[in-house]
Design a protein around this ligand. Sequence first.
Ligand SMILES: Cc1ncc(COP(=O)(O)O)c(C=O)c1O
Length: 374
Amino acid sequence: MTGNTPASPWDELPVRDELRGKSPYGAPQLDVPVRLNTNENPYPLPEPLVERIAERVREAARGLNRYPDRDAVELRTRLAEYLTRTSGHLLGPENVWAANGSNEVIQQLLQTFGGPGRTAMGFEPSYSMHGLIARGTGTGWIPGPRGEDFTIDVAAAERAIAAHRPDVVFITSPNNPTGTAVPPGTVLALYEAAQAAKPSMVVVDEAYIEFSHGESLLPLLEGRPRLVVSRTMSKAFGAAGLRLGYLAAHPAVVDAVQLVRLPYHLSAVTQATALAALEHTDTLLGYVEALKSERDRLVAELRALGYEVTESDANFVQFGRFADAHEVWRQILDRGVLVRDNGVPGWLRVTAGTPQENDAFLDAVRDLKKEQSA
Ligand SMILES: Cc1ncc(COP(=O)(O)O)c(C=O)c1O
């Protein structure tokens, strides 16, 4: 406490030094008619699935006096089947691990392979939670380079890996917030660079892969025991509220994360709900096609309006460039549409919503353009 200024309760708490003065992660949750800011799937779950979830959860409720299956074996088996079916790369439950959202998967990976005295690297701008989870787990964070067009320049990235020798390297494909897909050749080169430098773990975050024009990087797992692919049911499956993320990797990685996972971390209700959703993958992925074509429409219409748009393989689009992106964010918000200012200078990000929501967004930016040219 200095002079007469009362200390805030924060100052009285023995919070870790690296957390002092920091803000928690979170997009603004504002009550506006059109919310296109958190890359959610705009379509509610279909009614037959809602019924199936209710059935499965009712069944699970009868056993809630007991702890859930700690190893979530049935769920991991169904997830492995889904991955095998969609990627053609054979995986079993021993290759798959599930947690409360891919954020928890990433946290468990950093608790296992990062931690005090170790470092992780990601190519920025990218998903900021990688750095924040690193901080939360006491892992040092090293921002790696990305090109002007937001692709990863292999030579520059290899140099950064060789110079810093991080213990964990994150590659987000498609990348958030830019939408940029990472070609398999780049992942292979960076995996090799990471092995030569340490060897380190390489985590490919495929949260948006179902929306991509290209293929999953899952087949690259073959013969690469330090490669991990993380996935989520929050985006393509339209189940952000469920909190279910998962990883695919060599069985040794799945064994290793057991050392840090909390016992019974995945509730019986979560497991039952996710199993119900996996019975309806075909219907859920049907919405993905609709969202992909809406994403492509947003790209085309924004370009026709004269905006710069980054190539997108995700369910969102990065557009610019603006002298003051935050001011434009506010002007779009004034027109009833919430998009995301990720702090990338000159750029904003809009999530592909329903056709009506996207029309509302396009009307808002058209109106803005008209006002600017008046
Ligand atoms: C690249 C990326 N990875 C992971 C996540 C976290 O997803 P989950 O809801 O599974 O925790 C997000 C969420 O926006 C994301 O953008």
